[in-house]
Design a protein around this ligand. Structure first.
Ligand code: MRU
Length: 367
């Protein structure tokens, strides 16, 4: 995607051929900075501190993290320790486990002398496959927006989205935002309602930044406004991303997604989740019981980061000092509230049957 006319990806290999460069998402939207990852510890820190975030990008960063680790020690011990370190960074996004399993399987078959080269090649493939999958999600999802556009009397289609599931959360295009980019680029008028997404405000800072950079009409709304706006007929469709989706179509995503799905259901607004197959956990069927939900720090709730009038980016306290807080990072939207799942192969119903007819090769996994 482009920022001020220049092509960007959220992660890329630097000019030296081995440093892994990522956009530092903790600095957006006020400054665009690149962070250089040179060791596996750098990759671990980037994921853990949310310099990079979003399920697909976490997976790609972990894959490159293994490549960086191989430069430091390509022995079996070095490989296993890198896989373990990276796996422990964040629990909910299944793309992390998926990418590490793929890297581990391939590299264990290689002699140590070949592992650096092989690891960079495979991480590059993981990244390119994500770009292709997101482009396909965009194509399939745009048909939904196009259909809705035919019924709204010439006004833009109003799409509500939560968190950031755009190209910053992936390598390029995004998941939930890919259909919006594809529809806009093909001349369909779209307007996006962007949930601010407390506590870290990925909607207000990242989704709004992306949409503005692409020239897409949007407005940021507080997280509590979505239900009211749906009652007012101001939302034609909700499209969200996912950090882990069960084989039965339960969708784990950023905290607050479930409330939007409930409001959408009550108001007859279609609710879609857009995700590549690397986000499907074929091993689980019950999202509520089986998806590990990350519990995040109290400070994300007690403090808010923003730019003061003098231009300084500062953190201020917003909660009564001493009050207890809790901060679950994700929730699970049951499949019954999900109209469909937009994948790289097409739009599936949120059921085991629907997902399996899209991915018949996984039928062995769904028992
Ligand atoms: O905690 P984050 O910012 O890494 O959360 C992930 C997300 O960005 C969202 O939940 C997103 O909708 C799914 S990832 C495309």
């Amino acid at each position: 995607m482009r920022i001020r006319g220049e092509p960007w990806r959220s992660i890329f290999v630097g000019d030296d051929g081995w440093t892994v460069d990522v956009i530092d998402q903790t600095r957006l939207p006020f400054s665009l900075e690149v962070c250089h990852l040179r060791t596996v510890d750098d990759a671990v820190r980037a994921i853990r501190d949310m310099i990079v975030r979003g399920a697909p990008l976490i997976g790609v960063t972990a894959a490159y993290g293994v490549a960086l680790a191989m430069r430091e020690s390509a022995s079996d011990v070095g490989l296993d320790s890198a896989l373990e370190q990276l796996q422990s960074t964040r629990p909910t996004a299944v793309n992390l486990r998926w990418a590490l399993a793929r890297m581990g399987e391939i590299l264990h078959r290689e002699p140590p002398s070949q592992r650096v080269e092989r690891a960079y090649a495979e991480a590059g493939r993981v990244a390119e496959e994500d770009v292709a999958a997101c482009a396909d999600i965009g194509r399939h999802g745009a048909t939904i927006i196009e259909r809705l556009s035919a019924g709204v009397g010439g006004r833009p289609v109003n799409v509500l989205t939560h968190c950031n599931a755009g190209w910053l959360a992936c390598v390029d295009w995004g998941t939930a935002l890919a259909p919006i980019y594809a529809a806009h680029d093909s001349g369909i008028a779209v307007h996006v309602l962007v949930d601010e997404t407390r506590p870290r405000n990925q909607g207000a800072s990242l989704t709004a930044f992306e949409l503005a950079a692409h020239g897409i009409s949007h407005e940021v709304i507080v997280d509590n406004a979505g239900g009211y706006l749906m009652q007012q007929g101001r939302v034609d469709v909700c499209i969200v991303g996912s950090d882990r989706t069960t084989r039965t179509g339960d969708v784990a995503n950023k905290i607050g997604t479930y409330l939007k799905a409930l409001a959408a259901h009550d108001n007859g607004v279609p609710f879609y989740a857009a995700l590549p197959s690397s986000t499907i956990d074929w091993g689980i069927a019950d999202g509520l019981a089986e998806v590990p939900i990350e519990q995040r720090s109290a400070r994300e709730v007690t403090h808010v980061r923003g730019r003061a009038d003098d231009g300084q980016v500062i953190e201020v306290e917003v909660v009564n000092p001493g009050s207890e807080v809790s901060n679950p990072g994700f929730d699970v939207t049951p499949a019954r509230l999900v109209t469909g799942i937009i994948t790289e192969r097409g739009v599936a119903s949120a059921t085991a049957h629907g997902l399996l007819s899209m991915y018949p090769e996984r039928s062995g996994a769904a028992t």
